[in-house]
Ligand binder design. Structure first.
Ligand code: 5AD
Ligand code: SF4
Length: 444
């Protein structure tokens, strides 16, 4: 027996809050793994944490400001527990760097998205009372220095970042500044990571990148990578997000037609249906070119479900421009979509331009969302009576209920003893609810 206090051997606890996109979800997992190698275990309860890490999003003003209000809310916790370390990671960290320490003295470390491999050293410095800020774009690949994903079993779905950054410079967007230039990870490394995920129980992988279809770490581009991944035994499904219309090359479109593991679902943001606004946004394509592309993709994979992002109230948007967006939505017929009111972001070209009146933008957003909701309902209702393949993910809200996803990424709720997490089965859709479908398990 030693007289060593028990607390010394207790693992430290890390609470991570993730804001924004799926790339942040992936990064948070990797940071948890990196800190795990330093003896931290994750907790869902901020109050019991030794370190709180906010993995932030800078895409719209609201998301960025939320970080500061959440930091403010951590004050009493830090006062009650002076050893608590607080870190800010992600795109707000990148955009605002040391300013965060000035505005929020309770913060101990600020780490940008390209520097996560340095987090353990920064956490150690914080433990010794030294604050640090790292928002470099280092030459080394952060993923090379993060622990390999040789870890315990996990759920049936996983994200895998294959590409980061963006060279497109849409006039409204902070991503090229917060995430930097496009960088693709080598295909070999992605395949190794994917195999390790499959060994841990993963059956569906969603490849991530801010501009994922600009991936160039494989001779055949993203289409080539998808085909190589599809050869991994045990991997049942592949998805990818987010794509730019101008990077949908022939090989990728062909993969949609030929590779059964590539799911019939594509998030293909268009932002606006007005050529004038598309030009002002620096999107570098017309509405007509987008519609032609949609036709081509549907020719390759007729049952593909399309989704998009839209911005309303971009500076200079007239009623006529907005109607052109509504027309494009009617012409495409989306399965779902995200829509946002334009938010002026410091440092972007559009920030200099005169805004559309807030009431006008509000009214447009409401109309656009009503149309998109109608389309989403129609896409769901069309599934009723049909047989689809569902990958079961987790228990639902009702006792005995399980929830999985169809190829179209519709959530499907059902009950059957064989429908366990990771099971892939045929399901008859019996009803459409506001945000999910109900189904009947027919068998694996
Ligand atoms: N204002 C509103 N929406 C934005 N997005 C990106 N930047 C802005 C902005 N400044 C939206 C785009 C993009 C999605 C991720 O966020 O629609 O596709
Ligand atoms: Fe931002 Fe996407 Fe445009 Fe890149 S392509 S600048 S990430 S909206």
């Amino acid at each position: 027996m030693t007289d060593q206090p028990q607390t010394d051997s207790k693992p430290k606890k890390l609470f991570i809050k993730t804001y924004g996109c799926q790339m942040n979800v992936y990064d948070s997992e990797r940071m948890a793994e990196a800190m795990g190698a330093e003896g931290y275990v994750t907790t869902e309860v901020a109050e019991e944490a030794d370190m709180v890490l906010l993995n932030t999003c800078h895409i719209r003003e609201k998301a960025a400001e939320k970080v500061y209000s959440d930091l403010g809310r951590l004050r009493p916790l830090k006062a009650a527990k002076p050893d608590l370390k607080i870190g800010v990671a992600g795109c707000v960290a990148q955009a605002e760097g040391a300013e965060i320490l000035e505005r929020m003295p309770l913060v101990d470390l600020v780490v940008g998205p390209q520097s996560y491999h340095r987090l353990p050293a920064m956490a150690k410095a914080a433990g010794e009372g030294r604050k640090s800020v790292d928002t470099d774009f280092p030459a080394e690949d952060k993923f090379d220095h993060l622990p390999t994903r040789d870890l315990p079993k996990r759920g049936p779905t996983a994200f895998l970042t294959v590409q980061e950054g963006c060279d497109k410079f849409c006039a409204f967007c902070v991503v090229p500044y917060t995430r930097g230039a496009e960088v693709s990870r080598p295909a070999e490394r992605i395949l190794t990571e994917a195999r390790a995920l499959v060994d841990r129980g993963v059956r569906e992988i969603t490849l991530l990148g801010q501009n994922v279809n600009a991936y160039h770490g494989h001779d055949g581009g993203l289409g080539g990578l998808v085909r190589d991944l599809a050869r991994i035994e045990g991997l049942a499904r592949i998805r990818y997000t987010t794509s730019h219309p101008n990077d949908m090359d022939e090989a990728l479109i062909a993969a949609h037609g030929e590779e059964p593991k590539l799911m019939p679902y594509l998030h293909l943001p268009v932002q606006s249906g007005s050529d004038r606004i598309l030009k002002a946004m620096n999107r570098k394509h017309t509405a007509e070119a987008y519609l032609r592309l949609v036709e081509k993709i549907r020719a390759a994979r007729p049952d593909i479900l399309l989704t998009s992002d839209f911005i309303v109230g971009f500076p200079g948007e007239t009623d006529e421009d907005f109607e052109a967006t509504m027309d494009l939505i009617r012409a495409v017929g989306y399965g779902a979509a995200f829509s946002f009111k334009y938010s002026s972001r410091p440092g972007t070209p559009a920030a200099e331009r005169a805004p559309v009146a807030a009431e006008v933008a509000d009214e447009r957003l409401q109309r656009l969302q009503a149309l998109l909701t109608e389309q989403q309902r129609a896409a769901q209702t069309a599934m009723v009576g049909r047989e689809v393949e569902v990958l079961i993910e987790k228990p639902g809200r009702l006792p005995g209920q399980m929830v999985g996803k169809s190829g179209h990424l519709h959530a499907v709720a059902l009950s059957h003893p064989d429908a366990r997490p990771g099971a892939l089965g045929r399901v008859r859709i019996t009803a459409s609810n506001p945000n999910s479908l109900a189904g009947e398990w027919l068998g694996a």
